[in-house]
Design a protein around this ligand. Sequence first.
Ligand code: NAD
Ligand code: UDP
Length: 319
Amino acid sequence: MGHMDKKRVLVTGGAGFLGSHLCERLLADGCEVVCLDNFFTGRKRNIAHLLANPDFELLRHDLAHQLFIETDEIYNLACPASPVHYQYNPVKTVKTSVLGAIHMLGLAKRVKAKILQASTSEVYGDPDVHPQTEYYRGNVNPIGPRACYDEGKRCAETLFFDYHRQNRVNIRVVRIFNTYGPRMHPDDGRVVSNFIMAALQNRDITVYGDGTQTRSFCYVDDMIDGFIRMMNADDDFTGPVNLGNPQEMTVLELAKAVIDLTGSRSKIVFKPLPADDPRQRRPDITLARERLGWQPGVGLAEGLEKTVRYFEALIAGKL
Ligand code: NAD
Ligand code: UDP
């Protein structure tokens, strides 16, 4: 197949945690990849190994501004994802989600590209339905400290469906549940990276609240596979579709699992629970199973071990 025949794919937020894994996978699948990032939470080291690939192109750009390029598909991932980072400049977080969605949907409309939105389980807020199905409309506090992220992502979903109905843009919306793995930012405050970094350095592991709140953690490779399946699904399947690992656990159980796995001397200490912290979260993935034939294959022990190895190398200065 000649160079001109390759599918060109734009990945916004491509230098971030999920984005860098997606770029890698798309290149392996024979696509041309344009990786767009403003390097707010993304890092060059995440994609340094891809720079020599002639099918890879890196574009420094802020999604709050318009962009004109040619592309066949767009994966819209640009947005800080951890509470610490998205609350650092909340107005900017809303702009990235909302203006970013408008700019990418406008681009998709102009060049007739297929476009996938990285939405989030946060659209369900602090859920009073458990586990969460796509039909649940959520319980989000619109004026709380998490709202810049939650409502930004909800508005992005609104824009996706309005561009779809109004302009026939070919959309796909995935609602991502907590995902972890190599290339998570070591100090972005997310629970898996926090716990592993603390355990490896024998520092205290900080559990917020009493640790009985639950999350369900999905390994990155499974999540990327879900993205690709969703992009390639039937054109009538817009989603939203939940992607995540239904294996639910308490935050305290996660802390213990990380200590066991690393053989750490860390002690568990308790800190106050942040405002609006969801009590429980677990995806119902029936829809993804039925429509995408997708379900996670990597269990927590295996995924955590790979992630620990990454952070060990990072601490040792080998990355
Ligand atoms: P990340 O912070 O590693 O990646 C986000 C990337 O977007 C970074 O590279 C960052 O520099 C870039 N970015 C931020 N603002 C930008 C802007 N204005 N213009 C251009 N680039 C910008 O986080 P991640 O975990 O890889 O998340 C990727 C996407 O998946 C996000 O949209 C996030 O909301 C979503 N998501 C992730 C999770 C998870 O558990 N990892 C869960 C739900 C949703
Ligand atoms: N958490 C914790 N200690 C930490 C970081 C997070 O106990 O060092 C808790 C946090 O309060 C939440 C859960 O772990 O209940 C997941 O937090 P994270 O920020 O990773 O993701 P989100 O809250 O967005 O699901």
